[in-house]
Design a protein around this ligand. Structure first.
Ligand SMILES: Nc1nc2c(c(=O)[nH]1)N[C@H]1C(S)=C(S)[C@@H](COP(=O)(O)OP(=O)(O)OC[C@H]3O[C@@H](n4cnc5c(=O)[nH]c(N)nc54)[C@H](O)[C@@H]3O)O[C@H]1N2
Ligand SMILES: Nc1nc2c(c(=O)[nH]1)N[C@H]1C(S)=C(S)[C@@H](COP(=O)(O)OP(=O)(O)OC[C@H]3O[C@@H](n4cnc5c(=O)[nH]c(N)nc54)[C@H](O)[C@@H]3O)O[C@H]1N2
Ligand SMILES: [Mo]
Length: 764
């Protein structure tokens, strides 16, 4: 570390995560975004019984009635939505779409909330206001000229159960199962892998399980930034000396040390708590090897002492164990060590700790799923847990950390391109139209169909589709080639501006805002990471009088498109209880839906594995065999590095709040590549050099130029850069074949020197 040259905006951060820095960051967020009189009241309503659900993350809240939990990034999510900034018609008249496309995502976000329905006018190259009815009529007119399978219905996981259910109802009555959604870029490996292993594509733990767990293994997620309320739980466990074993290529500060802003003592004394008991810097994409190593060591331990496996559980509840064990026996330690970058001894130590714990939870995020073998990775985690009967008992289980706050609920209420026959039959019985049976497009397939010209229209319920997906060089022109794009959103983003022949932007209410319909104040419902469904209702005055709720907008489009619709759209919008009654009639698990969301904390969706019921094809929990170890064997070579694309502390997916990444020591800029010292030396590079990156896959010419490489504590062979800027390097078809999820966390790249001169950047 000594004698490194100075690089603008790069200052190692030595403190713990959380603490006073987090309070200060919140104060800044409030000051820059909101009317300061209103802000404290709004923040206090987050996750309260009568308030709104925090749009920041999907981590549950105890009964939704805890005293307000301070959370820096939750506060940012709320203040950015409740901002007092507005995109006005005057502003849009003065700024052409071409000029707005020159702005950064950060600048676009900074213009604030959308206030009126907009339509692109090619003559003036501007977005112009129009009436709601006119907007719906235009959408209906275009959709009536297209074949249903030429239309794509995208959902970003913020949408409520009610909005998402109506969206799928509209699309299915119209005649397609084309449902690309953000989950296809996120936890699809969980949704595809876990049903094969345990019979349901959801996590099995509840918040209470963390009270009695004896060991947490945390793999590939960064809770200090992305699941900030989870830090309270981890902090509590660490203080009780429950071991927390971390696998992550980067040293993430919040997983090392955390000061709980709720703790008066820690705040007053500037002290902190160590979070990880052991921190293993696995290679990017090396988790499968590490997990196999732990499982192999556990088998060896069991051979010695006889009690490292739960033999009774394996015999009674599982199938496939012999094949799983045979494969482990056939997997050599040298190969495991090479692939994960950890030693046999490391992994044996984890096995010993694991064998000692009577109840273990494994938590995981994008570090596991966004890989070529994402689904197989998820199944290996389930295997490890099954070996010791760690599913379906208190204090134990699998805990995928979901992304968007209601992404899990969206899937539950029918946002899927592969609907079950049962569900379609129920829709038909209840509504009297025949929904399409063939499978539709997921996110990557949608983009490919757009590139090929087969898909002509894209309707987006939130999100920033083109920016979230890989390879903008292909996806941006494909957006512009569409006949129609429609975006229901709160803030202007780049996908909105990649205008098609016809483009409409429909501004909606956010979670924090009052939703008044004919029967009065409405609430919506969401399902968190732990399958708890609860109500959310905003109270703030809407950002503009012209905003409509997401359900109302979907109903408006549906009525204009389907004049003979069998769905009573108007009744549904008058009172969302009626939507919930229909959800109850068509989807299992929602019995007494309206009554149960009126109870504090809501209710839990059925999770058969928690009772050791396994709705798999065999009726047993299934072990899997992860063939090989390698994430990808297409490209090898000493000069090829694996690129992880990740989130900074100051962003929410494609929404960039600010240009800092405090805990990683990056300030005022995002054009950096994190690299290990060993790799820097090996490649003849120096901290601060400007480099070019090229995707190292056969036939790819994808490049990202002029990035500053910085020395960072990241596992050798792995490098990191920010999403979405680095998406130019991710090929569209570099995916996990089982789930269709892009391998955003393991892109093979080559790095070449551009200039030894340190870039002069103006730090904002
Ligand atoms: N504030 C904020 N909150 C968010 C979001 C946000 O952008 N901002 N996004 C939301 C969404 S949609 C999602 S999906 C979640 C995302 O939450 P995370 O899953 O935490 O997402 P990432 O930032 O992409 O980071 C993944 C972590 O995995 C590590 N990692 C990368 N590759 C590997 C690997 O091969 N193996 C292992 N073991 N680790 C690896 C990275 O170093 C990083 O710490 O957060 C949600 N919450
Ligand atoms: N390279 C790389 N790419 C990735 C990832 C990665 O780790 N690396 N992560 C992937 C993951 S996990 C995900 S989930 C996707 C995210 O993909 P998306 O969900 O498509 O993207 P977001 O950035 O969350 O969408 C932000 C937009 O949503 C709109 N919005 C915000 N709130 C609301 C609301 O209440 N209602 C409506 N209707 N609209 C609203 C705003 O207009 C805002 O601009 O990106 C994926 N892309
Ligand atoms: Mo996500």
């Amino acid at each position: 570390m000594a004698n490194r040259r100075a690089v603008p905006g790069i200052h190692p951060y030595d403190g713990p995560a959380g603490g006073w820095g987090a309070l200060k960051a919140t104060a800044i967020a409030v000051r820059t975004q909101m009317d300061t009189l209103e802000a404290p009241v709004t923040l206090m309503r987050t996750n309260q019984p009568d308030g709104f659900d925090c749009p920041g993350c999907a981590w549950p809240d105890k009964e939704h009635r805890s005293t307000f939990q301070f959370c820096e990034n939750g506060a940012k999510a709320v203040t950015w939505e409740a901002t007092s900034k507005r995109v006005t018609a005057e502003f849009l008249a003065q700024n052409t779409v071409t000029s707005l496309l020159q702005k950064t995502d950060y600048e676009l976000e900074g213009y604030g909330r959308l206030t009126t329905p907009l339509r692109y006018d090619a003559g003036t190259d501007t977005l112009r206001p129009l009436e709601w009815d006119e907007a719906f009529q235009r959408i209906g007119a275009v959709l009536q000229t297209l074949q249903p399978d030429q239309v794509e219905f995208y959902t970003s996981g913020r949408a409520s159960n009610e909005a998402a259910y109506l969206f799928q109802l509209f699309a299915r009555e119209y005649g397609t199962n084309n449902f690309p959604d953000c989950s296809n870029m996120c936890h699809e490996p969980t949704s595809v892998g876990l049903p094969q292993s345990i019979g349901i594509g959801k996590g099995t733990v509840s918040l209470d399980d963390f009270d009695s767990t004896e060991l947490v293994i945390s793999i590939g997620h960064n809770p200090g930034t992305n699941h900030p309320r989870m830090m309270g739980t981890l902090h509590e466990l660490a203080r009780k000396n429950v071991p927390i074993i971390v696998f992550n290529p980067l040293r993430e500060r919040a997983l090392e040390r955390f000061t709980d802003p709720q703790s008066v003592i820690e705040m007053a004394t500037y002290s902190s708590t160590n979070i990880a008991s052991t921190y293993y810097q696995v290679k990017a994409g090396g988790d499968a090897a590490a997990l196999k190593g732990i499982a192999k060591a556990l088998l060896a331990l069991d051979a010695l002492q006889g009690d490292a496996l739960d033999h009774a559980f394996i015999a009674e509840h599982t199938a496939g164990f012999p094949a799983f064990a045979d494969d482990l026996a056939a997997t050599p330690w040298e190969a495991i060590e090479k692939e994960c970058g950890l030693t046999r001894q490391d992994l044996e130590q984890v096995a010993v700790a694991y064998a000692k714990s009577k109840a273990t939870i494994v938590t995981y995020g994008m570090g596991i799923t966004q890989h070529n073998k994402g689904t197989a990775n998820v199944r290996l985690i389930a295997d490890l847990l099954l070996m010791r009967g760690n599913i379906g008992k208190p204090g134990a289980g699998i805990c995928p950390l979901r992304g968007h706050s209601n992404v899990q609920g969206n899937r539950t209420v029918g946002i899927t391109e592969k609907p079950s026959a049962d569900f379609l039959a129920k829709l038909e019985a209840v509504f009297g139209f025949a929904p399409p049976k063939g499978h539709g497009h997921d996110a990557v397939k949608t983009m490919q169909a757009m590139i090929d010209g087969a898909s002509k229209a894209l309707i987006c319920l939130g999100g920033n589709f083109a920016v979230a997906l890989p390879d903008p060089e292909q996806s941006f022109p494909a957006m512009k080639a569409l006949d129609l794009s429609v975006h229901i959103g709160t803030k202007l983003n780049r996908s909105h501006l990649l205008v098609a022949k016809e483009t409409l932007i429909l501004p909606c209410l956010g979670r924090t805002e009052l939703d008044l319909q004919a029967s009065g104040r409405q609430s919506v419902t969401v399902e968190d990471s732990m399958s708890m469904v609860h109500a959310s209702s905003g109270k703030l005055k809407p950002a503009s009088d012209l905003l409509r709720s997401e359900p109302a907008i979907v109903a408006g489009m549906a009525k204009a498109t389907l004049p003979n619709s069998k769905v009573p759209w108007d009744e549904l919008i008058e009172d969302y209880d009626v939507i919930r009654d229909l959800i109850e009639k068509t989807i299992p698990g929602f019995d007494d839906y309206n009554a149960r969301i009126r109870q504090p904390g809501g209710f839990r969706m059925p999770l058969p594995p928690t009772e050791r019921q396994w709705p798999t094809a065999t009726g047993k929990a299934m072990f899997s065999v992860f063939t090989g170890l390698h994430e990808n064997e297409i490209v090898a070579g000493d000069d090829v590095l694996r690129l992880i694309t990740l989130r900074s502390h100051d962003q929410y997916n494609t929404t960039i709040y600010a240009l800092d990444d405090r805990y990683r020591g990056v300030f005022g800029r995002r054009d950096v590549l994190f690299m290990n010292d060993v790799d820097l030396q090996r490649l003849g590079l120096e901290h601060g050099d400007v480099v070019d990156l090229a995707t190292a896959l056969p036939g790819s010419s994808q490049r990202l130029e002029g990035i500053t490489v910085i020395a960072y504590n990241i596992s050798a062979g792995s490098v990191g850069a920010y999403y979405p800027e680095a998406n130019v390097l991710v090929p569209l078809h570099y995916i996990d074949e089982e789930s269709g999820t892009p391998s955003y966390k393991s892109v093979p790249i080559r790095v070449t020197l551009r200039s030894k001169e340190v870039l002069k950047v103006k730090i904002a």
